[in-house]
Design a protein around this ligand. Structure first.
Ligand code: SF4
Length: 188
């Protein structure tokens, strides 16, 4: 079956990347899951930077995520702040130190080396095929897409020509629309 071969490739790929990430993480006293949390928070938008969204995105338990956040805070890589309107909700953001560390470790050096060897055309084809596979996997299993904001059906334009979210009814910046969102729904 095609899916068997696909699975073999994906499993090999994720194992190689995870091993590389684990090695780099160890040098800084970090586990792969801690780096995954940092990476998610570096690409998500302000509606998706909560512990609950991290739990949903990584498919980890609430306990694991809350432990991970605690460690990252203690290491000075992450800051937690309360929502200005609802004090029960916390938002998470990377510190300068967190951003600096992530820039050095993600994407893993092994992947960067491999990409340098591939022609531009192959980059585009692989990116496109992987995106299609991820979307099919999420849609067919009823999971959240966590897609990039500018591809969302709620992404619109305001009268002044800026971007606007028709779901939360708030303006969006150019940076916002490049980020991933837990409320994302693919445009038809
Ligand atoms: S337009 Fe969609 S992806 Fe963007 S902030 Fe609104 S709900 Fe999220």
């Amino acid at each position: 079956m095609e899916s068997n071969q696909l699975y073999n490739h994906l499993e090999r790929l994720s194992e190689l990347l995870r091993t590389d990430l684990r090695k780099s993480g160890i040098e800084h006293g970090l586990q792969p899951v801690q780096l995954e949390v940092l990476h998610y928070l570096s690409v998500c938008n302000r509606y998706s930077d909560t512990p609950l969204a991290v739990t949903e995105y990584l498919g980890q338990t609430k306990g694991t995520v809350s432990q991970t956040i605690k460690v990252l805070e203690q290491k000075g890589l992450l800051l937690k702040r309360s929502d200005t309107e609802d004090r029960r909700v916390s938002h998470l953001e990377l510190t300068k130190k967190g951003h600096k560390l992530l820039d050095r470790l993600v994407p893993p050096p092994m992947l960067i080396k491999a990409c340098d060897k591939l022609p531009q055309k192959a980059h585009k084809q692989i990116n496109h095929a992987l995106h299609q596979l991820i979307m099919a996997l999420l849609q067919s299993n009823g999971m959240k897409s966590f897609g990039v904001c500018h591809t969302c059906r709620y992404n619109g334009r305001s009268e002044d020509g800026g971007y606007y979210c028709n779901l939360v009814q708030q303006p969006l910046s150019v940076d916002d629309v490049q980020r991933i969102c837990r409320e994302h729904e693919t445009a038809a």
